[in-house]
Write a protein that binds this ligand. Structure first.
Ligand SMILES: *Cc1c(COP(=O)(O)O)cnc(C)c1O
Length: 419
């Protein structure tokens, strides 16, 4: 049981994601049906990221069961670009969204039909546009420059470029971890530039196919997401009057969040789906040939991943306990609180197996870097661990390895496995 309680309740209460995670009779967390020690050994040892295939599959199946077929599910590769995982997503989703030439290469190699790949991101290089146009993917243009370059490529090749216009929405996504629209933004074009944009996309080299609207990320409020998606839909319908042809796709973004802090309430995804199905119904009357797209990263893969490190040393300092591990912020920047968090909150963290035999303690989990930023868990309530025990950081399937400064301090690269 829990010892002296001196910490605020949010760091004492075990986050429910840990309680919900399956364990074997020895208390080991199960990944892909395997006890953690075995899954880690299979990955080549700690530190490592482990992604549970079955969890990703059931997450997508859960969305599909309730979602109108008029709403397509895309995977945003940025959340987790592991090649094997991207290949798996190619078979499970309706499309892949990329944000760089590197991600475009991954998406094309994955087996996803090029027609179902889209490319967003400000500052696309001419070389990236040439490659994307050659592949026949959909380009979410973010400036008049991109549209002009694509129209020129279309004219010189005799094959029109496929273009969707990313527009800066005149409102914000409320209660969002990251706001990507409303006010001055480097993403997409302003409403005022739409007529000039549509002049370029008049069929002479570049074909207008739709709108791309992305309001924000990591949102746990179904009402806020639904409101933003409804407003985005209505805005797209108004902008359609400016377009040379009717849009075939309207990408309403995503922003579905997952729980990190113990007090986070899970997103009521059913409510978001109900609203999306309502919009799909409206679309079938407004534009019978068109479909909606949602693009999700974190929500599809985040909860399926664990980051696992081994305890290398255990120390006391001024009355506090430190578990020093072989992993840290260089491999998992987000868990250290340095990737987009305003106030540092612990990710759900737990010690594997029957460590402590029921005894618990307040301990901080840190990495091997010579910086106080290298924290995986600050003063967390954990089973009493010792050197050699495994510590698992949950909710680590998105914005993990690829969002971390691995070269910092020159430790060995983190391993990854899809189990
Ligand atoms: C980052 C991003 C996504 C994915 O966001 P998640 O929060 O991981 O779902 C989707 N679309 C665009 C345009 C993005 O920039």
């Amino acid at each position: 049981m829990i010892g002296e309680m001196t910490k605020p309740i949010d760091t004492i209460a075990p986050p429910s994601v840990i309680d919900e995670w399956p364990r074997d009779i020895d208390g080991q967390f199960l990944v892909g049906g395997l006890p953690l020690t075995r899954a880690v050994a299979m990955a080549g040892g700690s530190p490592c990221y482990l992604y549970d295939r079955q969890r990703i599959m059931s997450r997508i199946a859960g969305l599909r069961r309730r979602l109108s077929p008029r709403v397509r599910i895309h995977y945003a590769i940025k959340a987790n670009p592991m090649a094997a995982l991207v290949c798996m997503m190619a078979g499970l989703t309706d499309g892949l969204d990329v944000a760089s030439g590197g991600e475009l290469g991954l998406a094309l190699d994955s087996g996803m039909a090029p027609a179902e790949i889209s490319f967003a991101g400000p500052g696309k290089l001419e070389a990236e546009l040439i490659r994307a146009h050659a592949a026949g993917i959909l380009l979410n243009v973010e400036s008049l420059r991109e549209a002009r370059l694509l129209a020129a490529l279309g004219r010189s090749s005799g094959r029109d470029a496929r273009v969707a216009v990313r527009c800066n929405l005149p409102f914000e996504l409320k209660a969002s971890g990251m706001k990507m629209t409303g006010g001055p933004k480097p993403f997409g074009i302003d409403q005022a530039d739409l007529p000039a944009m549509m002049d370029i996309l008049d069929g002479k080299g570049a074909q207008f196919e739709g709108f791309h609207l992305y309001a924000g990320s990591q949102n746990l409020k179904a009402d806020a997401i639904s409101e933003a998606q409804t407003k985005s839909y209505e805005q797209a319908m108004r902008w359609t009057t400016l377009a040379p042809v009717a849009p075939r796709s309207i990408n309403l973004g995503g922003g579905f969040g997952i729980r990190y802090a113990a007090y986070d309430k899970p997103l009521d995804v059913g409510a978001v789906i109900d609203n999306l199905n309502g919009l799909a119904e409206r679309l079938s009357r407004d534009l019978p040939e068109a479909h909606l797209v949602i693009e999700l990263g974190r929500y599809l893969v985040g909860e399926a991943g664990l980051y696992v490190a081994s305890v290398v040393d255990k120390k006391q300092s001024c009355g506090q306990t430190f578990l020093v591990t072989d992993g840290g912020m260089h491999q998992h920047l987000a868990a250290s609180g340095n990737f987009g968090q305003v106030i540092r909150k612990n990710y759900p963290v737990a010690v594997n197996g029957s460590a402590g035999h029921g005894k618990r303690e307040i301990a901080s989990v840190v990495g091997p870097l010579c910086t106080p930023l290298d924290i995986l868990a600050d003063q967390a309530d954990l089973a009493v661990a010792d050197v050699g025990d495994l510590v698992a950081v949950f909710q680590s399937g998105a914005y993990g390895r690829s969002a971390s400064p691995q070269a910092f301090l020159g430790h060995a690269a983190v391993k990854e496995a899809l189990v």
